[in-house]
Design a protein around this ligand. Structure first.
Ligand code: SF4
Length: 465
């Protein structure tokens, strides 16, 4: 399971690009394939984008070239569209002499259908990203409706998950789809308004959290201040529960709640549902830490660090040699033998996807001297793929789609295995009826277009269809 994207935008600050750079730095965990910033001085738009991590893409010269008092930025992990420079965001187009830039977090489930119609009508696409559909719809409607109404109409046509930032010469617009799948928050730094995917980006620059962009809300920020507009009213709010389980940073507020606190509650509930006789509780670092703390506190079994993580390996860990690829987990994680020797261990992780990594981690612990490994997962079994902005393997590759819990335990060679129940998961968040849980129960809140399913199942992109 991989995060999709991180967004940051700021209006009304002389150092807009520099602050956007810092914001993207704080949101690096949401996407590591590429990064970009578009700024504007009110007349012209300036862009710098590149492949790789934020600190690799930007240097002093690049940041100095991004002049102006408004900027938006983007960290990308591709869920649709290949990972190439043309598909980096923000996407910048020139329209009636004005630069319009867009950053998107999420996934549009009717993009293939809309793209086909637009292409038949003469639109020429520059990228294979679903996001470009919004740009074409916007340009199509602007002449007759004006920019703002055109955007509202365009967003009524697209379906799926989107948290968006749009930059024009004189304003920044933030919008969240009516289901509210992905987070988007508003903050303030002195007189400047800021948008970000998560509040951890505000902490870094000393900005104050104000509120979330509501599901189905479009917020416009310009020299007159901040104005709110309503998109199509939502039938059901279905925020992604995985933001709490794994994707978001534990120091962020997401959907109005502390991510760390929610994860700790998940661990407590997990201990209640699946108690265990053991000597220590250890997390799979880093995402299992808060839940493992919760498990340890509730069970009164001591918390320990039994695995260290090498933080210098990113998603770019691509090795040409098979024997090095086989060592990937060992390169990332190393057992602390002194802690593990002769111990009965409760190992806490956030989820099991294919099961291959979990099996290797359990083996590592045994090699490190653990006498028993009891595996505890702070989410229910993942049985269905996600179509709303999270990159999941196809269904047949999800181990829980074809194996019982007992069979998974055998496959992973664990002494015992316990997953948090769906009911237990939902008991740990406020407003439990406002969450998507489709990857656990297959109840998708939107009907997925067959072409979108095909794209996901074959991992083919628009250009290849
Ligand atoms: S299917 Fe799962 S990962 Fe996707 S939005 Fe729903 S809860 Fe999140």
């Amino acid at each position: 399971m991989q995060e999709d994207c991180g967004l940051f935008g700021i209006y009304g600050h002389p150092k807009a690009a520099e602050l956007t750079y810092l914001g993207l730095y704080a949101l690096q965990h949401r996407g590591q394939e590429s990064a970009g910033i578009v700024s504007s001085d009110g007349v012209n738009a300036f862009i710098h984008r590149g492949m790789g991590l934020v600190n690799k893409v930007f240097n002093e010269e690049a940041l100095h070239s991004l002049v102006g008092h408004l900027a938006i930025g983007h960290n990308r992990y591709s869920t649709t569209g290949t990972s190439i420079i043309a598909n980096t965001q923000p996407l910048l187009v020139n329209f009636f002499g004005e630069g319009i830039a867009i950053s998107h977090n999420g996934n549009l489930i009717n993009a293939a259908e809309l793209r086909e119609k637009l292409e038949l009508g003469g639109s020429i696409f520059q990228t294979s990203m679903d996001t470009e559909v919004i740009v074409h719809l916007l340009t199509k409607f602007t002449k007759s409706l004006g920019k703002r109404k055109a955007l509202l109409k365009a967003l009524k046509k697209v379906k799926g998950a989107y948290s968006l930032l749009i930059l024009t010469n004189d304003e920044i617009i933030g919008a969240r789809d009516p289901h509210g799948f992905r987070p988007l928050v508003i903050g303030k730094l002195n007189k400047s308004f800021i948008f970000a995917s998560e509040t951890c980006a505000f902490d870094l620059i000393g900005a104050k959290y104000i509120r979330e962009v509501k599901p189905g809300e479009m917020v416009v920020i310009n020299k007159e201040g901040i104005k709110s507009f309503s998109l199509t009213p939502s039938k059901a709010i279905t925020q992604c529960i995985f933001e709490h389980i794994y994707f978001a940073r534990p120091d962020s507020l997401v959907f109005g709640e502390s991510v760390h606190r929610v994860r700790e509650k998940l661990g407590r509930r997990l201990s209640y549902e699946h108690p265990c006789k053991a000597d220590i509780v250890i997390p799979v670092p880093d995402s299992g830490v808060s839940a493992a703390l919760g498990y340890a506190r509730k069970s009164k079994i001591p918390f320990a660090i039994g695995l260290t993580r090498n933080h210098y390996i990113g998603r770019t860990f691509i090795q040409p040699l098979q024997f090095i690829r086989d060592m990937e987990v060992k390169i990332k994680l190393n057992p602390i033998k002194d802690v593990l020797k002769g111990k009965r261990v409760v190992l806490v992780d956030d989820s099991i996807v294919r099961g291959t990594t979990s099996k290797k981690i359990i083996r590592l612990l045994r090699e490190g001297g653990a006498s028993e490994v009891h595996f505890r997962i702070s989410s229910p079994p993942i049985k269905f793929p996600c179509f709303f902005g999270i990159d999941t393997p196809v269904q047949r590759e999800l181990i829980a789609s074809s194996h019982t819990v007992e069979e998974i335990k055998e496959e992973l060679e664990a002494d015992s295995l316990g997953y948090l129940s769906l009911e237990g998961l939902l008991s740990c968040v406020k407003n439990k009826e406002k969450y998507c849980t489709a990857c656990f129960n297959g109840k998708y809140s939107l009907k997925v277009h067959p072409q979108t399913k095909y794209i996901f199942e074959t991992k083919k992109h628009f250009r290849e269809l």
